[in-house]
Design a protein around this ligand. Structure first.
Ligand code: 25A
Ligand code: L14
Length: 338
């Protein structure tokens, strides 16, 4: 458990990555009580330094003694690194907020969205998992609707930005776009197909059941966070040539009838959500407008006229922000309040 202090020694593991960078920025912007910030990445980043509150902080590599004296560690260095280093960090008395997929479905590890299930933080044993980006922005919206009308089934299709895969994917979209516009040959290193001017129905690995890992994360993580295994979820996750901001088309079937106006009322009272829904003025959430912003944006709220109790909505949020870094920092904020 975390000892109460005025200020904390905080570490970011995977500091040079897309999410790690955003974590440093988020800690600074939200004025998290940081006594000292330590930054870690692989040997590739040795010698680099990154800025926090106007000061240059060197990037270190991890070893057995790295976590001594650290109170809170935010991890975003991939599942392989979290598998080894998160338990090691927890053992040295540090509380880990892990952004990788490694520990999310472990029954010993709480999976937390502060707006949805902050109570689950109580039973952590040193590691807390940060959910998948697409899951977070969807579940922030599902929870208030579930409380009002009991959700039976969810059908979701995502439109995911390349920054979810990390910096190298951002570079690949940029490079392919300039190459194509200059009539040069393109190269595909990160994704199996061209991503510029294209759409790929494929995120993370394919599994035996024909779904991708990303799709099954949405199914399983939703049930765990909502604490309700009866909610049926089916997902299709799609990569689009967008740099930042995931979009989702979500169809919700409820047990109790709920009208679009009631959904608007319920969501406007819920934390972390902003409604942008004025179709007559062409107003709806767009990924280019949410870059660097905190809320989960909702629009296109309308009835699914093909079933008795159905609602269709459009959800957009910054995948590096609420989808990753912001949610992790919010978890840390909850921890120091406990
Ligand atoms: O396993 P998962 O959970 O499925 O996650 C896979 C990847 O998805 C990203 C993240 O990539 C992760 O590695 N990710 C995870 N969760 C995410 C989420 N919710 C998410 N993205 C969005 N939303 P990333 O590139 O953002 O971050 C990787 C970071 O981890 C550091 N790291 C790697 N090995 C480490 C380590 N840190 C500590 N110890 C280790 N052993 C990594 O640092 C980066 O900060 P780095 O030094 O390896 O990389 C520094 C620069 O080099 C680039 N780069 C990465 N891979 C290569 C590369 N350059 C050349 N060749 C490569 N193969 C990085 O982009 C970075 O700029
Ligand atoms: O958090 O977009 O499980 O490629 C791993 C891959 C998030 C997004 C996770 C991607 C992700 C991701």
């Amino acid at each position: 458990m975390l000892k109460k202090k005025e200020k904390y020694v905080v570490a970011v593991v995977g500091a040079t990555g897309a999410v790690g960078n955003e974590m440093i920025l988020t800690l600074e912007q939200r004025n998290f009580p940081v006594e000292k910030l330590r930054l870690f990445a692989s040997e590739r980043s040795e010698g680099k330094s990154l800025e926090f509150r106007g000061q240059k902080i060197p990037v270190e590599t991890l070893n057995e003694n790295s976590f001594t004296g650290i109170d809170i560690a935010l991890f975003s260095a991939g599942a392989e690194r979290s598998k080894i280093w998160a338990p090691a960090a927890a053992k040295s008395g540090c509380v880990v907020v892990d952004n990788s997929s490694q520990w999310r479905m472990d029954p010993e590890v709480p999976l937390v969205i502060p707006e949805v299930n902050p109570h689950d933080l109580k039973w952590h044993k040193g590691i807390i998992a940060n959910p998948n980006c697409s899951t977070i922005q969807m579940v922030v919206v599902l929870k208030p609707i579930h409380d009002a009308a009991k959700i039976k089934r969810v059908v979701v299709t995502t439109f995911q930005a390349v920054s979810g895969t990390g910096k190298k994917a951002v570079d690949e979209l940029m490079q392919q776009t300039t190459d194509l516009l200059n009539f040069r040959e393109i190269r595909c290193n990160v994704y199996p197909h061209q991503i510029a001017f294209n759409v790929l129905p494929h995120i993370d690995k394919f599994l035996e059941n024909g779904y991708t890992k990303e799709e099954m994360k949405m199914v399983n993580e939703t049930k765990k966070i909502m604490g309700d295994n009866s909610i049926r979820v089916t997902a299709t996750t799609v990569r689009v040539p967008v740099f930042r901001g995931h979009s989702e088309s979500v169809n919700i079937e409820t047990g109790k009838k709920i009208t679009p106006n009631e959904v608007r009322a319920v969501l406007s009272r819920a934390p972390g959500i902003l409604i942008l829904d004025a179709p007559e003025k062409n107003v709806y959430p767009l990924p280019i407008d949410v870059d660097g912003k905190d809320p989960v944006y909702v629009g296109r709220i309308r009835e699914d006229e093909s079933i008795e109790n159905g609602i269709n909505i459009w959800i957009v949020s910054d995948n590096l922000r609420k989808g990753a870094a912001l949610n992790a920092v919010q978890i840390a904020e909850e921890l120091i309040k406990m």
